[in-house]
Design a protein around this ligand. Sequence first.
Ligand SMILES: C[S@@+](CC[C@H](N)C(=O)[O-])C[C@H]1O[C@@H](n2cnc3c(N)ncnc32)[C@H](O)[C@@H]1O
Length: 380
Amino acid sequence: MKVEEYSLLDVVFPEKKPTKGQIKRLILDISDLFTKKSEFRRNDYLANEDFLKGYLLYFVPLTIAKQYSIFKELFRHPKFKNIRELKVLDIGCGPSPAILPIFRLLNENIIDFEFIRYLGVESQQKAINYAEKFLLFFKKQGLNVKYDFFRANAADLEIYKNLKKIKPDIMVFSNSLGEIFDKENFTFEDFVKIVKNFSHKNDNFTLIVIEPGTKKSSMRLHRLRDELIKEAEFYPYSPCLDNLPCSALKANNWCYEERKWKAPEYLRFLSSMGLQIKYMKFSYIILRKDRINIKETFEPSEEIIKNTSHLLNEKGKSRLWACWKGRLIDMEKLKRDFSEDDLWLNIRKGSYFSIDRFIPINDKKVRISKDCKIKILYEP
Ligand SMILES: C[S@@+](CC[C@H](N)C(=O)[O-])C[C@H]1O[C@@H](n2cnc3c(N)ncnc32)[C@H](O)[C@@H]1O
């Protein structure tokens, strides 16, 4: 079965399908557990059958979509063109192993791996059972996959000694690091130590950390990013364009992504209840040792910039917040300078774009002139 068909409802409820009311209840309960009731959430919440089902129906397809867009962004780099084997270590994999979006990319011929080694580490057995079920259900026919799930506490530094043997190319923490930090006695120093252990003498090593798109989680993730750059000589692949300290943190601000999402059919009725089914909000980092960066996948341009905000429409102008050479820059264009089909108006949050000139207003603000050539390079 192709993972993009998202037939999770069939896997989770193979016999009697739940009613819309039952689906709604399961999803609202698990959503509340991650928001309003998060301080009461125990680490074994997936042992509860109802929380688990709610997670499977809503968060699993959402996670697959987030991971898909992140892996797609990574694998577009020419560095992956001739790679045929991939080893993935997924910490706190839950029921949503990070190999599922890779199956989808293989189906779409975006990548061409012949062998995948996958190891998921997870503390909850019920989550592992579903992870394995999904892996087998969605596995591409004929693909050579060797997989294991290891039931363990990811905050226990001892387990990483054995895991080192698999020499992962990619280590993923998808929506799990915050839980480990929040509920276990686990520090930034512990994390840096673990990751250094895997990246040592491995220039092709990639670290991917995905966190919820909340202020607390995003700011913590970007502090961790700065720490990994400083202490472990990592370099961002994306979303950052350089290894300068995070521009949002410097401005006491936070940076998150908001990407389009086509939710599975059975979730569409939830939009009236305030649940996101068209957009996915999250923060993430992809770090590498070999200093490759997403900008190498764009056509050569003079000034490459990442838009971190929505376009803000104001009287006489529209503005955005750009992450540019390690600073958050207030960028504006006057309405009187707009052209017909002005590309400026199409720069979405999260897009990478280039300009060939600008007018400095002050050290935090620039204006885009009428004759500036704008190119939208990549819209994730
Ligand atoms: C929010 S879920 C994320 C699951 C999956 N990676 C995803 O992105 O959908 C967090 C997962 O981390 C697991 N987890 C939390 N703390 C853990 C720990 N100390 N050791 C191992 N797993 C842990 C939880 O059981 C849960 O499955």
